[in-house]
Write a protein that binds this ligand. Structure first.
Ligand SMILES: Nc1ncnc2c1ncn2[C@@H]1O[C@H](COP(=O)(O)OP(=O)(O)O)[C@@H](O)[C@H]1O
Ligand SMILES: [Mg+2]
Length: 167
């Protein structure tokens, strides 16, 4: 998908879009067209945008929310908008499994996670999931082992240079 990131950035600067979420390293804005943009706050957000994009391009399972585009510098990632999930049991029920561990044994999902070294720990959280077209899918799947080890394991929170829209 060809996407006009220059226009998007100028609209973000003009506060055209509502912020609907914020995680440890990305802000999420509603584009009001069925998609959101995830804006990296720092280097960790850039890495997670990159991994989400790459994982989506090569995915084989049904669990990854669609990534429609990414900017050249990886700061901006366009993802399908999902409805919030507050209880992981909604996911388990939909996929007809009794536990999260059983869900993680899905061979295609295992393969997708292994291909990009994505740890399953975070995926247990209901907030890593959302509902798209009545189907629960992962919306926060960009944290791989090397990013985790480098930036999260030692809890170096708040030590990263904040990015602004132009950098
Ligand atoms: N595709 C999406 N649709 C709707 N809301 C989303 C989507 N992706 C993320 N969000 C919201 O934004 C928050 C932060 O996004 P997330 O991907 O978790 O960022 P981080 O990597 O910083 O944790 C999420 O907890 C969720 O509430
Ligand atoms: Mg998150």
């Amino acid at each position: 998908m060809n996407f006009d990131f220059a226009q998007l950035i100028s609209q973000l600067k003009g506060n055209k879009y509502r912020r609907i979420g914020s995680g440890s390293c990305r802000n999420v804005y509603d584009l009001e067209n069925g998609y959101v943009v995830k804006v990296a706050k720092d280097v960790r957000g850039i890495l997670q945008n990159q991994i989400e994009h790459k994982s989506y391009l090569t995915h084989k399972s049904v669990f990854f929310a669609e990534v429609a585009a990414i900017s050249e510098n990886y700061r901006y990632l366009i993802m399908v908008k999902a409805k919030r999930i507050t209880d992981i049991r909604i996911v388990l029920r939909y996929y007809k499994v009794k536990s999260f561990d059983e869900l993680m044994k899905n061979p295609l999902l295992e393969e997708d996670l292994e291909n990009h070294n994505i740890g399953s720990g975070d995926l247990k959280r209901a907030s890593s999931w959302g509902i798209v077209n009545d189907v629960p899918v992962l919306i926060d799947y960009g944290l791989n082992q090397s990013t985790y080890n480098k930036y999260y394991r030692n809890k170096l929170f708040g030590r990263f240079r904040r990015l602004n829209y132009t950098s």
